[in-house]
Design a binder for this molecule. Sequence first.
Ligand code: G3P
Ligand code: MG
Length: 241
Amino acid sequence: MKVYAHRGSSGTHPENTIAAFRAAAVLPVYGVEFDVHMTKDGELVVIHDESIDRTSNGKGFIKDMTLAELKHYDVGKGFSPKFKGETIPTLREVLYVFKDTHHHLNIELKSDIFPYDGMEQKVLQMLKDYRLEERVVISSFNHEMVRNFKKIAPQIETAILFVEVMIAPHEYAKVVGADAVHAFFPTVLRPMGQEVVASGRKVRVFTVNEELYADTLKEIGVDAIFTDYPEKMYRHLNILN
Ligand code: G3P
Ligand code: MG
């Protein structure tokens, strides 16, 4: 079972920051996950929430601020004073960290609350610039965006994200045009989990920070977990088991 660093090494570093990504980039884990929003001036930035309120020393929605405005805020010192000076990274800055590493990149497009028109095309162009098309999976809770992305770039892996216990999500994934299923941890413990695994479609599970849960998911046969503690989880899965 593979391990993805969720929002970078976010248990030990401020989530979705260059510090968290640099820490993940030196780990032997399979991949890294991060979240993308779009600014008022159309720049792609890596941050989890629609607003900067929770993770920075500022307030406001990403969609209402320019990149230059966003760069004024600190997203490190709230986690620990030693990360003071971290700013919200652009997608380009994050891709740069991984351009020469082996890591598979899960780019989560956070367009389920605000639509971010044109985001798919901008992300695709950047992946082409960095020649990363074969090393990414594009996921979203916004399944219209997953469908759109698959239409414009059929060669790039896609995934639907969901938190509900669903009936045959692997069948639904076909409708959307998604290659993989990214599911919320508890749903995979239901019959649905085994059904999707049996379908042969990749199942990746978020967010798994307990070793015991990781062991259970390994038994079920999921492809990968997203974890805030990638180093700990990698060591557990590769040494103890
Ligand atoms: O992409 C997996 C996981 O990150 C989805 O949930 O809220 O942590 O972005 P969230
Ligand atoms: Mg995410």
